[in-house]
Design a protein around this ligand. Structure first.
Ligand code: URA
Length: 192
């Protein structure tokens, strides 16, 4: 089965999913965006209002800012990234998804990772990083570092664009500047 067929099948399963409470409050499931053959798979936190309305991850203000940082780092969102979230449905009021919601949604995400088979996973923001690296991590201490997750897939944590929208400086050493440096390291890594 081709990647596209496999992912479409999985998306259909998600469309019918009512395993957790988010199934009853969503407008659309938010399955993925980007290229299933990409070398980079990015995992965000959860869909927000714009994503719930459109069914596409990272299309609101934070998403547009993420796209800008990606392009400014010399990468292409459309070609270089396959983008998804820790959960497929929007938590009401944009609250953080619960451990139970993440656990019930995990198999969908693991199947996406297995099917896409990326060279690198980008954990975008604290919720995503904690899901894979443990609750005790401090994102400011681990962003930009390399980790191995699952059976040895390389992963890097980056700061979340919603956080970066609240930090306006672009100066050397600022969170925005550091995130672009992290994305450039990821670009070098996939080009190796
Ligand atoms: N924030 C996320 O973490 N994911 C989205 O899809 C949108 C905003």
């Amino acid at each position: 089965m081709s990647k596209e067929v496999e992912l479409n099948k999985l998306k259909e399963e998600c469309n019918n999913c009512q395993k957790c409470i988010l199934g009853s409050t969503r407008t659309n499931i938010v399955f993925s965006d980007g290229n299933p053959n990409a070398k980079i798979l990015l995992i965000g936190e959860a869909p927000g209002a714009d994503e719930d309305a459109t069914g596409t991850p990272f299309v609101g203000r934070a998403g547009k800012f993420l796209s800008k940082l990606i392009e400014e780092s010399g990468l292409s969102r459309k070609d270089d990234f396959y983008i998804c979230n820790t959960v497929k449905c929007r938590p009401p009021e944009n609250r953080v998804p619960t451990d139970e919601e993440k656990a019930l949604c995990e198999n969908y995400l693991l199947s996406q990772i297995k099917t896409v088979n990326p060279k690198v996973i980008v954990l975008c923001g604290a919720t995503s990083a904690k899901s894979f690296l443990g609750k005790k991590i401090k994102i400011s201490e681990i962003r930009g570092k390399w980790f191995k997750i699952f059976d040895g897939i390389d992963a890097m944590v980056i700061l979340h664009p919603s956080f970066l929208l609240r930090k306006h400086s672009e100066d050397e050493g600022s969170p925005r500047w550091l995130t672009k440096e992290d994305l450039k390291k990821i670009k070098e890594f996939i080009e190796q």
